[in-house]
Design a protein around this ligand. Structure first.
Ligand code: A2P
Length: 271
């Protein structure tokens, strides 16, 4: 639900659940639309227990007590008594504070109000911090990931520790995935290689990209607020990319990001 306005959000969530068959909604405190996500969920006809809701702790709330308070605020806005996954949004550049934040998430997990806890934008070094700490490891690391940025080092590190990798900006991002810096325009949806693969299967570029994530064992959370795109993006279970398709797509790996590098982003960090 990144960059989805309130009215669009409520409709998109309800449409995705009721009409298109989605069961996973990904939001964040910083997206400013948790209340609208909550309204979309409560007005849908799908049982709460059949929906997987993810939200994220914003940077300004890092630290032990601030994280506990921020989590309660998110629950209240969502109108839920638990979330399925609670994530630290960015690692920032203060390891001591980050570990205190993780202490808070561990406490939240123990309370049962978050069924699972995890992180976003963690490089292997940040994952190692949590491994060395002991205790609960993240269930998930949600990172920018698409054919231009396949993030093999993070995937290898995550696999070693049984951490699931989830792709943000899986279609190459929105017009402003940069968060605190200007981002590059999304070129994947009109990319020649992706389009040619789509033509071989009679599928759109977005559907090819979503299959690429699925066939790479990644959790994929494409963003759209348009009904026809929401429906199109889940209509991906009747075709499979071939080895040749995957080889062609692999040529797009050039390390180009649409968003910020985790080591550079410090937006909203506490003083
Ligand atoms: P919109 O929400 O206006 O539909 P990402 O998932 O990589 O963050 O990128 C999502 C971007 O791609 C959004 O700008 C979204 O716009 C657009 N988008 C999502 N699904 C499709 C689709 N099937 N075809 C074209 N554009 C899409």
């Amino acid at each position: 639900m990144w960059q989805a306005a309130d009215d669009e959000t409520e409709h998109a969530v309800r449409y995705a659940l009721d009409e298109a068959g989605y069961r996973h909604i990904d939001t964040a405190a910083a997206y400013g639309n948790e209340a609208a996500v909550g309204r979309g969920i409560s007005s849908s006809s799908v049982d709460r227990d059949d929906i997987f809701v993810t939200t994220k702790l914003w940077n300004s709330d890092q630290g032990y007590e601030p994280a506990l308070t921020a989590f309660d605020v998110s629950l209240q806005k969502l109108g839920l008594d638990y979330v399925d996954l609670y994530l630290i949004h960015w690692p920032l550049q203060n390891d001591e504070r980050l570990l205190k934040t993780w202490d808070a998430l561990e406490k939240i997990a123990e309370s049962g109000k978050a069924k699972s806890i995890g992180v976003c934008n963690f490089e292997p070094r940040h994952l190692q911090l949590l491994v060395d700490r002991g205790g609960l490891l993240p269930a998930v690391d949600q990172v920018e990931l698409h054919p231009h940025l396949p993030q093999q080092a993070i995937r290898d590190a995550a696999r070693t520790h049984g951490i699931i990798v989830e792709s943000w900006s899986p279609l190459g991002g929105t017009s402003n995935s940069g968060w605190g810096r200007s981002s590059k325009p999304n070129t994947l949806l009109s990319d020649d290689v992706i389009t040619a693969v789509g033509e071989r299967h009679g599928k759109s570029a977005a559907q090819v990209l979503i299959r690429w994530h699925l066939q790479n064992g990644l959790v994929v959370i494409p963003k759209s607020v348009h009904d026809e795109r929401i429906s199109q993006n889940i209509d991906v279970f009747d075709f499979e990319l071939t080895d040749q398709d995957l080889d062609d797509i692999a040529t797009l790996d050039d390390g180009i990001r649409v968003g910020a590098h985790p080591d550079e982003l410090n937006v909203g960090a506490p003083d």
